[in-house]
Design a protein around this ligand. Structure first.
Ligand SMILES: [Fe+2]
Ligand SMILES: [Fe+2]
Length: 339
């Protein structure tokens, strides 16, 4: 079994020998999007700096094009992208799951449980719907409000209706109740306390409930009776724009390889389909239950925050995805095709 360093170095040297010079960040897919992107990038940069001599040597070697590759083969590589796609097969998944029937996945996030601005009625209604209709969930962060200054500062007391401890307990209970349906929980920014070295509140709740918990980026593979779907999710979008809330997810779609890209954090639900390198990619931004909080209102315009959570319907056998603004519509379609 090769070490991560060896895998990175091998990829760099092979590229250099073929006259290809890439930036360190372009080797991220070689190892994995697992965990913290910045830390992964540091590890790649270290391989570059530790092996400068070998890399320079590989770059200097006279580049030779294998003369047994025909024009038709080159055109075939260009058209199908199969040489590059072969590299993507080395992706490491955070989690792989299998289902046999058409599957609905909702991307839930930004519940902000414990905040004064959370719409608890809407949240409870969705919780029951998810439970009763076998909807699978990827939780994309900020499940709790977790104002960590509690109870030292007045704002943190007035904006929270449950204490952080109670929030943690409630998150663990919700995770436990939905455990068979939760594919994973991804870290958000509420509850993060990395500077003091404390564990993220949501991580503690996920552990208590036995739910898989991921930091930073998360890559899931969902196999629905042989049709494989890659879902790439992270809490914060990679960039933002008031005019186009989808831009953070669309940017990820140009940098990573997956069928569906999901971000949360901006509380403004939307979705779209992009074509990248000839492949259909679904981009999703999730909503929030914290619809009356100041952040939801001022960040992206008054009233744009909504308690809508786009959902995917994944078909079995042959790869086919449908994206819905509401999980209720996705469930209706799933039930229709299963009749
Ligand atoms: Fe949030
Ligand atoms: Fe957030």
């Amino acid at each position: 079994m090769k070490t991560e360093k060896e895998i990175i170095l091998e990829a760099i040297l092979s590229d250099r020998r073929n006259g290809i010079k890439l930036y360190p960040r372009e080797y991220l897919p070689v190892i994995s999007p697992y965990g913290d992107r910045n830390k992964a990038l540091n590890r790649i940069q270290r391989v570059f700096s530790d092996n400068r001599e070998a890399i320079n040597e590989a770059s200097d070697s006279t580049r030779c094009i294998e003369d047994n590759t025909s024009i038709e083969e080159y055109f075939d590589y260009a058209k199908t992208g199969k040489l590059l796609n072969a590299r993507l097969e080395n992706f490491k998944y955070n989690k792989r799951v299998k289902f046999s029937d058409p599957t609905v996945i909702v991307f839930s996030s930004d519940v902000h449980l414990g905040s004064a601005g959370c719409d608890y009625d809407s949240c409870m209604e969705d919780f029951r719907f998810i439970k009763d209709n076998d909807v699978k969930i990827v939780s994309v962060g900020d499940t709790g409000e977790m104002k960590k200054e509690f109870p030292k500062n007045l704002f943190s007391i007035l904006s929270q209706v449950l204490s952080p401890d109670m929030q943690s307990d409630l998150i663990a209970k919700l995770f436990k109740a939905l455990k068979p349906q939760i594919l994973g929980a991804i870290e958000g920014n509420h509850g993060a306390n990395s500077r003091s070295g404390n564990e993220h509140a949501e991580s503690i709740a996920a552990k208590a409930a036995g739910v898989d918990y991921f930091q930073g980026n998360c890559l899931l593979e969902i196999d629905v009776d042989g049709a494989k779907y890659r879902i790439f999710a992270r809490h914060k979008p990679m960039s933002s724009s008031k005019l186009s809330p989808l831009i953070g997810a669309r940017k990820m779609a140009t940098m990573e390889s997956a069928d569906c890209f999901v971000c949360s954090h901006i509380h403004r639900p939307t979705f779209g389909v992009d074509w990248v390198l000839g492949k259909k990619r679904v981009c999703i931004i999730t909503g929030t239950y914290n619809t009356s909080a100041n952040y939801s209102r001022v960040g992206y315009g008054e009233y744009s925050a909504r308690d809508e959570f786009p959902a995917l319907l994944l078909f079995p056998k042959e790869k086919k995805m449908m994206v819905f603004a509401s999980m209720r519509d996705a469930v209706k379609h799933r039930n229709l095709i299963m009749q």
